[in-house]
Design a protein around this ligand. Sequence first.
Ligand SMILES: [Fe+2]
Ligand SMILES: [Zn+2]
Length: 360
Amino acid sequence: MEIAELRAAELKFLSARLVRDLCRCLECRHPVNGQRLRSILDLPLNLAIEDVFESQTESLFSLSDGHQVLLSRDEVAALKVGASFEDPRSEMVKFTWEGARLDLTPVPWNDYLASPRVRLRSLREVAHLGFMLLTGVSRDSGSVLEVIDTFGFVRETNYGKIFDVQVEERPNNLAFTNMRIAPHTDNPYRNPVPSVQLLHCLATDVEGGNSGLVDGFKAAQRLREISPKAFGILSQENFHFTYSNANTYLEYVGPVIRLNTNDEIVEVRWNDRSMQSPSSSEYVDQVFDALSAFATILNGKSMVKEFRLNPGDCVVFDNTRMLHSRTSFESSGTRHLQGAYADLDSLLSSIAVLERGELE
Ligand SMILES: [Fe+2]
Ligand SMILES: [Zn+2]
């Protein structure tokens, strides 16, 4: 028996339906957009591979329904390793950090605009580190939307396209006071949550009011190490976050730490101001224990990366992972930030498109 025939015999053990499903012929996939033209119901249940012919680069499968499927040798090799999909939101593809050990590398806005390479590196920081810090953005009101335009689309909410963060006389949110704001994620009461947040400094001449970022994935990993029980409660129990005013009622019910089907951390929600009391049960004190164990880690001195947002600075971060905070500041003087939301899907898409450009 020839070697090619041996290999062909081996290939017959692949799933005929999987081979058929991968077919890209004109009957199976649209030639322009690559979308599947057939439904799963078109896959015959008792399909078999009848023959395989191999060249140096390709394998041609003849199936029992008369269909022929041409796959590259690489595609066939991939079928045999049993690969699974990499989840772009998972802790497994992130670089998790403790603030005390992290160096800040701000990116000048002009460099970011001028160079696709700088843009790619910076957006990858949002994807892997959780944030990027731009400097030298225009101090004009609304410039935060120009930053969003470079990687995605604004996520408009009941706060508008842009929200102003400054001291107000009758604040409907503690953010609009000069008080300290503990580390939190924004809008945990929305489903889906806005997955990217931007904060852009227009003016500041106050003492204090420093910004902070905490890696919520790192904190959750630490909780899993030191208290698997608390981690289990925060990732498996339902919690209730709400926001309510005269024209709005928003709520989310679900875990504080969300896991994917491989039990990897993919999302953290945390906000003292909008989290409601846990539901009453015989375990409620264990739930409180779990919440305070996580809060202790999140508020730990070594976790936070503290920095000052100067006029023209804009921080862009993953709001499904980063918690942000602010130290208190003196109430005389000005501190004016503008914030906006966007989504991680389009940011990750921009990375993928920029990567294609790198390859060309
Ligand atoms: Fe916030
Ligand atoms: Zn086909």
